[in-house]
Every structure is written in C-alpha cells, then in structure tokens.
Design a binder for this molecule. Sequence first.
Ligand SMILES: Nc1ncnc2c1ncn2[C@@H]1O[C@H](COP(=O)(O)OP(=O)(O)OP(=O)(O)O)[C@@H](O)[C@H]1O
Length: 647
Amino acid sequence: MTEKLISQQDKPKYGTIEAAKRKNDWGLRNNNENFEKLTYQHVYYDIPTINLCGLKFKKKRILTDVSGIMTPGLNAIMGPTGSGKTTLMDILAARKDKSYIRGQVLVNGDPQPYYFKCITGYVVQDDCLETTLSVRENIFFSANLRLPFSMSLRVKRERVQDSIDKLGLTNVADQLVGNEFYRSISGGERKRTNIAMELVIAPSILFLDEPTTGLDAYTAVQLMHQLKDLSNEGKIIITAIHQPRYAIYNLFDSITLLSRGRTVYHGTAKQALTYLSSKGYDCPDRENPADFFLDVIAQDELRGRNEEIIGDSLPDLFVGSDAKLELDARLNRMVEQHKRDEGKIHKRKYSAYASNVIWQIVVVGHRTLKNMIRTPLEFILQIIISVVFSTIIGGVFWQLDLTSNGLQNRIGGIFLVTMNQVFANLSAIDAFMKGKALFMHENASGYYRVSAYFISKLLLDLLPKRIIPIACGGSILYFMMGFQVVWYKYCIFLLCLFTTTISASGFPFVYGALVNDFAVANLLTALTFVMMMIFGGLLVNISTLPIWLQWIQYLSIFRLSISTLSINELLGLNFSQVTLNNSCGFNSSIPPGIVLPPTPGRCYLEQQGIAFGEPFDVWRGIVGLAGFGIILLTLTYLILLCSKKEK
Ligand SMILES: Nc1ncnc2c1ncn2[C@@H]1O[C@H](COP(=O)(O)OP(=O)(O)OP(=O)(O)O)[C@@H](O)[C@H]1O
C-alpha cells in the first residue's frame, strides 16, 4: 500500500515544492533537495541604529567580511556572547533583511531560492509550540502543512512517529505541551519537540540556535548525539552554541569562531587547536577546547581595547593565515564553477508553500478549534457575562411602558447595550497578540499563508466567541425590556448588535496586530472607544455641534449603532406625557397632572438629528458598521501580511 502511495506521488508535478522533493521517495528518508554545501563569502551585515527621534543616523556593523563553507555534518558557530553567532546563522538561513547584507550566500553554488526557508529547518532559541496541543499534535501540525498535500495522512503519521522515536519523545508523545502555569513536559522535551517539528520535514539543512540552552548536561549531550546521527545521514546541521562541554565539542565536524563579528577561525574542528597553537595560543592539557577558545577570544578582545599594546588581533591573524587563503581559494573555485554551470542549469520554479491555501485553512482552523475547546474558559465566561449582564439590564429596564419615562429608559437601555457590545471587545486585543511569536515563526518557516491564518482565526475563534454570546444576551435583553415584538425588528436588533461587535472588535485587532505591548494596545483601544462614545449622540447632541464637526458622527460606532437601534425601536410607538406635579413651572400655563397628547417616537429621532424618513435609514447604520468592520479587518490582515518574515 505504501509503495502504491509513493509511486502515485512520484508522478512529476511541475511548479511546486512537491516536484522538488519528488526525486526522493516519501518514505522516511530525505525528501528535500540535497544540499551539498552552503557557502558564504565576504559577508557584511550593517544595521541602521536609531537615535531617540527615530531618525536613522548611523550604521552599526555586526558582521565584517565573514566567509565559510558548511558541508554535511555538524557545523558549530562559536564565540562569546554578542559575537554575531545568531546573526550569521540567520543570514545563512535567509532570515535577515537582505537590504542590510553585503556579500554572497550560495547553496550548492546557487543563490538561496526564495522558498529556502520553507525547505530548511530552523529551531529558534525560545521554544515555539502550541501549548494546548500534545507533542505528537504539534509535530503532526508541522508535517501536515510542510509536507506535500499529496502525501497521505498515513505516511505523514509514520514520519511523525519516526521523529518522535528519533528524538526520544515516545514517553511524552501524547502529553500536552503545557505552559508556565500548567507544566506538563520538561524544558528538554520541549526543545526536542521543536527539533522534531523541523526534523519531520527531513530538511537538508537544519539550523539550531543554542539548542542546549536550558538543558541539563546529560540531556544536552544526548540531544547533540541525536543531531550527530542526523548529520551522518547527509544533512548539513548548523548550530550556534555558546559554550559546549567537552563531550559535545568532540562531536563537531567543523567550527567557526567569531569575535565581535569577525572570523577568528573557520575550518575543521580537529585543526582548530593546531591553528591557534601556530599563532601562539596553546590549549592546556585537560582543558575543554571550547572554554579555551572563549578565554583566548576574551583576552584578545581585551587586548584590542588596550590601545597601548600593539599587534595583530586574532581576526587579523586569520585574514593572513594559510587556512584563510585555502578557504578563499576553495570559495573562488566554487564561484567560478558556478559561473560556468549557470547557463546549463535548468532553473525550476516552486511554490513557497507545500500545501494549498484551503488545506492550510483546514489545518490551522482545526488547531484553533482544538485550542478553543481545550481552553474554554474565555468562551464560557463571555457567554455567562453576556447572559448575566443582559439579565441585570433586562431586570432594571423591565417591560418598559409607553410614557415619557419609558422613552427615556428605552434610550438609556439602548445606550447601555451598545456600550456593552463595544467595550466587551477590549478582550479581543489578545486575539492576534497572544500567538504573535508563534505566528511569526510559523510564517517565516513557510507553514501557511497569512490569509490562511487570518481566515481560520476569524472563522473559528473570533466569530463564534462573539456571535453566540450576542445571540444569547441580545435575545434576553430584547424580550425582558419589552421592545416591540415584531420579528423583523428583532432580527434588525440582533444584526445591529452583531455588526457593532464586529466593527468594535476591529480596533483591538488592529492595535493588537500593530503593537507588541498589551498595555499600549489596551490604552489605544479604550481611548478610541471613549472618543467614539462622546460623539455617539447621547452625551452631546450632534445637531448642536458646529457644522464642520458634525461629520465626526459617521466615524462613531456608538452613533451608528444607537441611531439604528433607536429608529428600529421608536418608530411606530407613541409616548404619553403627563405634566409634572412640581414647582419648576416650565409650563406653568398647564396645570400639573394633565395628560398631554401622545408624542410619536419619531419626535425624539428628529430632536436627535437622526434621519429616519427613508426605509434605508434603518440600514444605514448597519451598512456603516459592517463597512467599518470590513475596513478594520482588512487593515489587520495587511498588518499581519507586512509583519516582516526577516528580522
Ligand atoms: N537589531 C539589532 N539592533 C542593534 N544591535 C543588534 C541587532 N541585532 C544584533 N545586534 C547586535 O549585534 C551583536 C551580535 O548579536 P547576536 O545576537 O548575533 O550575538 P550572539 O553571538 O548570537 O549572542 P548570544 O550568544 O548572546 O546570543 C550584538 O552586539 C547585538 O547587540
């Protein structure tokens, strides 16, 4: 059966990554293009540093003329903290903004293809996992999106199991990952899960940033042994590592030593000590070479700061060394070879994603749904709060009568309902902010398109969390307050509440997607809502505002919502008035206690400057609110789209 599936998939299909991967079988072996070498030559990385006013005034050089060759095996990038290890690895992994990079990075002699990030693995220093899923589910999520759509689920599951076995995660495979409040698997297991999520796509190149950080010594060695086994399968494994212990150092095939963004040594791990010895730095017996390197580099950096001591620094020594000359010669030969081959190579075009957008929506939506079901508190609370709030308001405004007091209470009730609908959306800030780090990582690694993430989040997270509470609370309120029992008015009431919520949730979405600070997004959202409330028509009569300022009402969700709900409820009602039995004497010609002719609800609308003459007037607010919602959601999508994949 497996053979049959594999042979079906072997049919060439031009134009996708699948085609690129098809030359290998879809069993549990390599599936990506075979990369024999990753080379980088004369790489400089300068970033603009920003002054307090936000003006770019100076460039900061992070990497200076670094060159090297990474081949299948375990390649370590070492150096003191801040020496540029992560920066170099990010450049090699095509995760840095290209406009700041000078120099050449080639894969098998070709520039990194644009889908490079999608067919290589990158394990970031901080774990990126969905905490509500199990270890297996997290790995399967990666497999489901990053392996070709045409691969059967059974084969994908086999590959997931293979990754679990390889990384020793069998015992915790079905345990939830957990978070800081609900601990489930250990830090080492989290790290290995992250690696398994990359491993499952069998990348030819695997990048790991400080893979042993936070692990105990034994687990760290175990993990590095597993990576060594993988490298023996022909993969290029590149790891930035700070201070590995001796047992780990011994596993490295090649090392790159960096000091303040410059190369101190690049070559085989075996020759590193000989090289430094030739420059006058002998490693004492029984000393861990990794510790020795860091000590030597630290001393060299200190020496460099002391201007009185003159002499070549370690990076300067490397520039004039035989090792560097040999490296340059090899790199030049490769570039020449590439130039000769360039015309002969048939350049293929692949899609940047392994699966189509519909499948991405299904898979991401499935995860979102699981997430919601496993953390139901927010959803349940929203329903409970909506029901309790509606019951309280409904009790206070119980069965409103058709007097002037009933009119006042109706308007008060409408205002409260609108305010609740709008301010309840403060909780929506979290929607795109909470999982931002995970989204950025997955987006950069080619899991899915932004549109797939956005649509699935919208359909399965945001809409249910808002529609169901509205339907429950709105219905309770409508009938408890004694609003007109006319079915279409009831439907317009609910539709208005729904569009009010969607448009009001747009602001926290935009702010949540735009800024990374919850407090700032919260403040901006609250401020926007309060400003809109001022121009809602109830606190200040819009018709009393200067003409040039009256347009502002159309930017107020409150105004749009209150107008619609008022037209919907007040038209068709007449409110009786009784003259007041007090001494204010506003209308002293009419004795107190006299019943005046009923006032139609439209008089109130006229007084408030709310247009109601045309049938469309009741829909104007709903269309306006829906338009608001669409514009803000589109803006949120564009912000997510512009979230840089590169750092
Ligand atoms: N976006 C940035 N803006 C300003 N400085 C930066 C930026 N990115 C990196 N740097 C600086 O570049 C230098 C190298 O950073 P990098 O993260 O590559 O070092 P590292 O060797 O990986 O350090 P560590 O071992 O602590 O992770 C550091 O001095 C850092 O402060």
